[in-house]
Ligand binder design. Structure first.
Ligand code: FAD
Length: 385
């Protein structure tokens, strides 16, 4: 089925923007562990990073379906969307759960590129995927909350003005359901650093700007509570389906990048007097990956359309993320194999993308947890944990 003209136009424009930042730009940033400040600024000022913000707050007012096309094209161009993707889905929490003052304060400034909301603080070192067991605690004290605890793998905080933080406000033992007693907060990052928040960058396999966070009596205004106290899990959960769909779209972009590269190389590389792509042993794995990426793309589209129609789409968002992250990883592996030894040369860019796309079978949710969600909630199998 052909895509509508408006989506094709979005793809073309994003691709044009990305072309100004070639793969050498991303290679250099990967080497230096640098942040693509100019790229993110331009993606914001051209309106692509804020497509989900409603028009009344200065955004384009489009849906996840359009946002997915943006992220896919960014990744297909060879860029690393991990530098900026969070703004798309994190701001959904402000949009759906923020009060009128919060929406008016933050959304127009985010849309105008004056504020960056790129950081999302959930994961903790001792709780892992068992989110409701998190220990970071926000204690109400008059018109403030006082926060203590620790987070890990919190990405882009050094390049963000705001962070959405999930913390406990009622101990787990005192709530009827473990998802209750958690609250979401908007943290002003620069005001917090040095005043109860310490940040330590993590040296990691990819250039994802992730940090450890240490909270030691961080005081924040009570007005920064997002949604209702003790109901923060809902605030976070709402954004998670959008996050999964958008990351799945990035994986589709990565997959298409690898297939484009593998096919081009297989057509050109001559060994034994003929293009390596003439050998079915080289051709078939690429064709198989193409099939897998196309199939994953259909699930991304289905999940995005359901999300935009306001239909429950937890299963579809999870399936899209799982299928696309596995398809992009296999396409990366085949692209490496097709390039032989040259796959290891950084100037070919494949090994960087190969490392980057590996993340998405683990974050924001690992494949096992998706399978367990489907087993329990879709297939009605006994809950295992
Ligand atoms: C580069 C990077 C960036 C990140 N950015 C952010 C961020 O910005 N904000 C944020 O909050 N977090 C972030 N994360 C954290 C990420 O969301 C978590 O790493 C991820 O959710 C997995 O949690 P974990 O690492 O604690 O794994 P664990 O929960 O310890 O799980 C380890 C393994 O065991 C498996 N497992 C665990 N329990 C079960 C079970 N019951 N059944 C079967 N298998 C199980 C998992 O599937 C996984 O494979 C980031 C992580 C990375 C690596």
């Amino acid at each position: 089925m052909a895509e509508q003209d408006d989506i094709l136009e979005i793809r073309k424009s994003v691709r044009h923007l990305c072309d100004q930042y070639g793969e050498d730009y991303w290679l250099q940033l990967d080497r230096e562990r640098g942040y693509p400040t100019e790229f993110v600024r331009e993606l914001t000022s051209s309106g692509f990073l804020t497509v989900l913000i409603p028009e009344e707050y200065g955004g384009a007012g489009l849906g996840v379906y359009e946002a997915a096309a943006v992220m896919e094209e960014v990744c297909r161009s060879g860029a690393h969307a991990g530098a900026c993707h969070a703004q798309m889905y994190v701001m959904g929490s402000v949009l759906r759960h923020g009060n009128e003052v919060q929406k008016k304060t933050y959304l127009p400034a985010i849309a105008a590129g004056e504020l960056r909301l790129q950081s999302f603080g959930v994961t903790e070192p001792s709780t892992g995927t068992d989110t409701t067991n998190l220990k970071t605690f926000a204690r109400r004290d008059g018109d403030e909350y006082v926060i203590n605890g620790q987070k890990v793998w919190i990405s882009r905080i050094e390049h963000s003005d705001l962070m959405i933080l999930l913390a406990r406000t009622t101990p787990r033992e005192q709530v009827s359901k473990k998802t209750r007693g958690l609250s979401a907060f908007i943290i002003d990052v620069s005001a917090a650093i040095g005043n109860g928040l310490e940040i330590r960058p993590i040296e990691s396999m990819i250039n994802h700007h992730s940090c450890e966070l240490f909270f030691d009596d961080l005081h924040i205004p009570a007005d920064n509570l997002l949604g209702e106290e003790d109901e923060g899990f809902r605030v976070i959960l709402d954004g998670m389906n959008a996050e999964r769909i958008l990351i799945a779209a990035e994986c589709v972009g990565d997959g298409r990048y690898f297939i484009d590269k593998a096919s081009a190389y297989a057509r050109e590389r001559i060994v034994f007097g003929r293009p390596i792509g003439q050998n079915q042993g080289v051709q078939f794995p690429i064709a198989r990956c193409y099939t897998e990426v196309e199939a994953a793309s259909l699930m991304v589209e289905k999940a995005a359309r359901m999300f935009d129609a306001g239909e429950p789409c937890g299963a579809e968002a999870n399936m899209a993320k799982m299928l696309a992250s596995e398809a992009s990883w296999r396409a990366g592996d085949v692209c490496m194999q097709t390039h032989g030894g040259f796959a290891f040369a950084k100037e070919y860019h494949i090994e960087r993308k190969f490392r980057e796309t590996r993340l998405y079978q683990i974050a924001p949710i690992s494949t096992n947890l998706i399978l367990s969600y489907l087993g329990e909630h879709v297939l009605d199998l006994p809950r295992s944990f």
